[in-house]
Design a protein around this ligand. Structure first.
Ligand SMILES: NC(=O)c1ccc[n+]([C@@H]2O[C@H](COP(=O)([O-])OP(=O)(O)OC[C@H]3O[C@@H](n4cnc5c(N)ncnc54)[C@H](O)[C@@H]3O)[C@@H](O)[C@H]2O)c1
Length: 375
């Protein structure tokens, strides 16, 4: 099997972890170069690879087949465009960009050059989530009528305000925590008409970022189906779950208490969220110390066991596709950026809804870009 050489852009909390996995756990995968303006030295030393001083010089290297992008959210687009220019496949962390327009441009250019453009929507690789999707596809809970998700918690004043708390860099909770929105659209299809209310209700001042800390989302889908999502750090009683209500049954994916319950006409079954009871227990222990589902890493944080396992799964998936494996039907929109773009389209429509105090058709976002984009 052909080996694949990788370049890594952004080697903080997540990029460091992704690079280590390529090196240690992806057979035939090798990290040959890293670019990070602040944190490259440690990983370069550890993996015995080279440090590049800018994005262009990394992407143009002839010994690189694919680029892994794990820089702050607002800085994903530039490296994707460089990678495409030099014909490198791309694995890009979520959210792939902070506007539908940018996502669209990134997709068009990678597609034009026949490149894989995988989004790091890692929730898709949780065993419990994949199993839940299969159960839904097999019709065991009937037609889905409604989903509700929460990713909420509380944050105290911060000594150092991370880029993750700044709207311009992270997009705030809605974009930064796009997993739940993406998952709901994966199982219900794209939302058609959306509404969001909320704001920054309890976290103003220099010890906080400028993101909204309370967002209440409602989504309408074709065929009279609905979803609601709550995001934010203004919830003293925080939660992290997705509840799926069908005509014949329901599924609860509780990511805080680590409990996946499938209710069908055959009765109620509990399945694992992660790969083993040990990993589920590890996650439970970590979330017990938090107020809800709000948790951020930084370059000094170690990736927990359960997250490391699903990152290994997604990176091996990407790697195998680069080596010629067929993409499963379920993952086609994940491997060409279109699922990620659909989630950002809905996020943009929700942002417009909040800003203009009205319900917004998601098509409004898509059509506006179609009218203005010339590639
Ligand atoms: N899939 C997940 O569950 C998950 C979890 C955490 C983070 N992420 C994503 O990974 C990405 C990185 O997040 P993180 O937690 O590692 O943040 P981090 O702050 O720990 O690391 C970001 C790194 O990017 C570097 N950087 C800053 N500007 C850069 C630029 N222009 N080009 C290249 N590198 C630059 C910083 O020096 C830092 O080392 C984000 O997009 C985030 O959303 C995904």
């Amino acid at each position: 099997m052909r080996g694949i050489n990788y370049g890594v852009i952004g080697s903080g909390y997540f990029g460091y972890g992704l690079a280590k996995i390529i090196h240690d756990d992806v057979p035939g995968g090798k990290v040959v170069a890293v670019y990070d303006p602040n944190n490259a030295e440690e990983i370069v030393r550890e993996l015995n690879c080279e440090q590049e001083m800018d994005i262009d010089s990394l992407c143009k290297r002839e010994d690189i087949d694919a680029v892994i992008i794990a820089s702050p959210n607002a800085y994903h687009k530039e490296p994707v465009l460089y990678a495409a220019k030099y014909n490198k496949h791309v694995f890009c962390e979520k959210p792939i960009a902070l506007s539908y327009q940018d996502c669209d441009q990134m997709i068009k250019i990678t597609k034009k050059n026949d490149l894989v453009f995988m989004a790091g929507h890692v929730m898709n690789f949780m065993d419990g989530v994949r199993k839940a999707k299969r159960i839904i596809n097999d019709g065991k809970i009937g037609d889905i009528l409604f989903c509700h998700a929460e990713r909420t918690g509380w944050e105290d004043a911060q000594e150092h305000v991370s880029w993750k708390k700044k709207k311009e860099l992270s997009g705030g909770h809605l974009y930064h925590h796009i997993h739940e929105l993406d998952f709901i659209q994966f199982i219900m299809g794209p939302a058609t008409r959306v509404c969001m209310v909320g704001g920054n209700v309890a976290h103003q001042g220099e010890k906080f970022g400028d993101e909204n800390d309370l967002l209440l989302v409602s989504l309408e889908f074709e065929k009279n189906k609905f979803a609601t999502i709550q995001y934010g750090s203004a919830f003293r009683l925080g939660e992290h779950y997705v509840k799926i209500q069908g005509t014949k049954g329901a599924i609860l994916i509780d990511l805080k208490n680590v409990n996946v319950i499938v209710k069908t006409t055959d009765g109620e079954e509990r399945i694992l969220l992660h790969a083993s009871e040990v990993e589920d227990e590890d996650r439970r222990r970590i979330y017990q110390g938090l107020e809800g589902g709000i948790m951020y890493g930084d370059p000094k944080t170690k990736i927990p066991m359960w997250l490391d396992t699903i990152m290994k799964k997604e990176l091996n998936y990407f790697h195998n596709v680069l080596q010629g494996s067929e993409v499963d039907e379920e993952f086609i929109p994940l491997l060409d950026g279109t699922a990620a773009r659909a989630a950002v389209a809905t996020a943009d429509a929700l942002t417009l809804s909040l800003n203009e105090d009205r319900k917004v058709n998601v098509d409004e976002i898509i059509e506006k870009v179609a009218q203005t984009t010339v590639i």
